[in-house]
Design a protein around this ligand. Sequence first.
Ligand SMILES: *Cc1c(COP(=O)(O)O)cnc(C)c1O
Length: 427
Amino acid sequence: MNLDFDRQHIWHPYTSTLEPLPCYPVIGASGVEIELESGEQLTDGMSSWWSAIHGYNHPRLNAAAHQQIERMSHVMFGGLTHEPAISLCESLLSLTPCNLKHVFLADSGSVSVEVALKMALQYWHAKGENRSQFLTLKQGYHGDTFAAMSVTDPDNSMHKIYKGFLPKHLFAKSPSIGFNQDWNEQDSDDFRHQLAQYHSHIAAVILEPIVQGAGGMRIYHPTYLKRVRELCDQYGVLLIIDEIATGFGRTGKMFACEHAGISPDIMCVGKALTGGYMTLAATLTTSEVANTVCSGEAGCFMHGPTFMGNPLACAVASESLAILQNNQWQLQTKNIETWFSEVLPSLEHFETVKETRWLGAIGVVELHHKVNMQVIQQHFVEQGVWIRPFGKLIYMMPPFISQKHHITKLVNAIASALEKPQQTLER
Ligand SMILES: *Cc1c(COP(=O)(O)O)cnc(C)c1O
């Protein structure tokens, strides 16, 4: 592979053209293993950013893609429809909370968030109310496009650089009480106060349910989410739940909002939707929201991507949901959670470790110091695992098919990195 070309001309996520860190060339992936050009096999701890829940190169997903590509890869979705989209949306509606009745297919997670925010704005516009604010949580993450950035944590992100270009929204204190800790009503005070004060300007609340992902891998108490739903009802504000990372079993429930027994007015899904095969996302909403949006001045919802409802992506997603529906995800995520609970606490004896936490198939090691990305990445590859930390967080969300020895291998690799903090951590 021409890695010099890659380094000189190709942008990777959040990287510099001046000092590009090395990328590892991959030639294949199968099950939970990623194969490097050098011949090394890496046990995957990332599911390629939450998405490859069934593992790589899955025979059923391959077959779905092959069958669909023989019929058609794509046709426009304006005025045309097809079986892959219909069967996918049927499955989606049967899995998600039952108040959700309408599906908008989008190209990526960030786009599904844009779509959700636009739905909320058009909803209030149709009702003749001028509401342009969103209330969200600090430490949240909703994507990299403009509207998604504007509701992503203001300190932890691009807000400084894009100041003046991003609309200013409201940020409540992020939940501080962990999933298994004792609930304390004060945790939702700031959220309650902001909603009480500004509700007449707020179109919707948007947040990640139970797990705040890219903004800090924080796992919070379900009662917080329950309070959010109650307060949104009390003040007549829409609730958008971003299940892009948490959806499709990752937290041990099909959707994380089930931990709190609540349902949103608008829900975003993405990442694992196609089992990690290709990009596809969706925004789901209630008949109330959809019909109000369409009763407004525009007479329709004003959005329609070129590749909306791509049949190839829909066919694979549909098969991925079929695998979920008839396989073992509950048992698998429960097992992974148990294995994390058996081994992660032992890492807390390293003085560099601030806390370990886990839920479902998510395991997190939070450090006091930032990792030295290049050194720790190379260390993990030498240990035969693929884990990609950011900042002070080393975290894992392995494919659901991972066995106990895979989890042990991942955690041992982290332990061995923590044994030489001089090299692997920054000071
Ligand atoms: C990844 C993510 C997004 C953005 O999805 P993309 O497909 O990367 O655009 C939005 N919200 C959450 C919670 C995410 O984890």
